[in-house]
Design a protein around this ligand. Structure first.
Ligand code: ADP
Ligand code: ADP
Length: 236
């Protein structure tokens, strides 16, 4: 089944006088099936951030539509959209975005407490996810007390703790050394294969993209190439 469908999505940035400053996306079509690990690749300025902001519901398209789990996100009202995002999407950012005043465990549990889950249920699930990601020992630590790679794992744990339909990752390896980056990408593969997570990752790094099953290349705001990895190939 389809987790994501994007039809003729376009975004023009305009100034206060409604003059177009940049046509960031011009008619993007794409679909992501349940259980896929897809990456969107493109050089700086190709529209990656714009596309991700639209998929995340953080910005409105100029035209076109996008469905997540069959729900048309472009027509949801703001408070429905907020709830829909919280339940159906998980986000991993380049700069982790962990809250410094909370322990890693509290950070990871945040999506569950925001969704009204109770203490014991949250603790159980946080333990399970942090265990899967190999950071169970760091539950009581604060973000500044652990390495960048461990912070990124905690950010991934927080992004998947509520079993989102779609995990969106924005340059997740951007701030990691190459060993931590490889470890994170292998983790994404495990989340995808072992837990069936559907992942859409934006990256400008071909090595990162090679960990996914399908690479959608964009430039100047449109899709110009798509490649699918065959099972016997390690990389493209
Ligand atoms: P990428 O993430 O691939 O670097 P972006 O989506 O950030 O690309 O940008 C795509 C195009 O849209 C670029 O030409 C960029 O300058 C322009 N752009 C992005 N954000 C804005 C904005 N808020 N206002 C005006 N132009 C923007
Ligand atoms: P990323 O590093 O994720 O590609 P960018 O460097 O493209 O992000 O953009 C960083 C921020 O600046 C974003 O919020 C984007 O919307 C904004 N931005 C990018 N290009 C422009 C632009 N030409 N005019 C105004 N804002 C822009």
């Amino acid at each position: 089944s389809q987790v994501l469908r994007v039809h003729q999505l376009a975004k023009a940035y305009t100034n206060r006088r409604k003059q177009i400053m940049a046509l960031a996306l011009s008619g993007i079509d794409l679909t992501v099936e349940h259980g896929e690990f897809v990456s969107i690749m493109g050089p700086s300025g190709s529209g990656k951030s714009t596309l991700l902001n639209l998929l995340a519901g953080l910005d409105k398209p100029s035209s076109g539509e996008l469905w997540v789990q069959g729900e048309n996100m472009t027509t949801l009202h703001p408070n429905q959209l907020a709830l829909f995002r919280r339940r159906n999407l998980g986000f991993v950012f380049q700069d982790y975005n962990l809250l410094d005043t909370l322990t890693l465990g509290e950070n990871v549990g945040l999506p569950l407490s925001l969704d009204g889950k109770t203490g014991p249920e949250i603790r159980q699930r946080v333990k399970e996810v942090m265990g899967f990601l190999g950071i169970a020992d760091f539950m009581q630590r604060y973000p500044y007390e652990v390495s960048g790679g461990q912070q990124q794992r905690a950010a991934v744990a927080r992004a998947v703790v509520h079993n989102p339909s779609l995990l969106l990752a924005d340059e997740p390896t951007g701030n990691l050394d190459s060993a931590s980056a490889r470890a994170l990408l292998e983790l994404f593969q495990r989340l995808n294969k072992d837990l069936g997570a559907t992942i859409l990752m934006v990256t400008h790094d071909p090595l990162s993209a090679s960990y996914s099953q399908r690479v959608i290349s964009i430039k100047d705001g449109y899709v110009y190439n798509e490649m699918r990895r065959t099972s016997d190939q390690q990389q493209f």
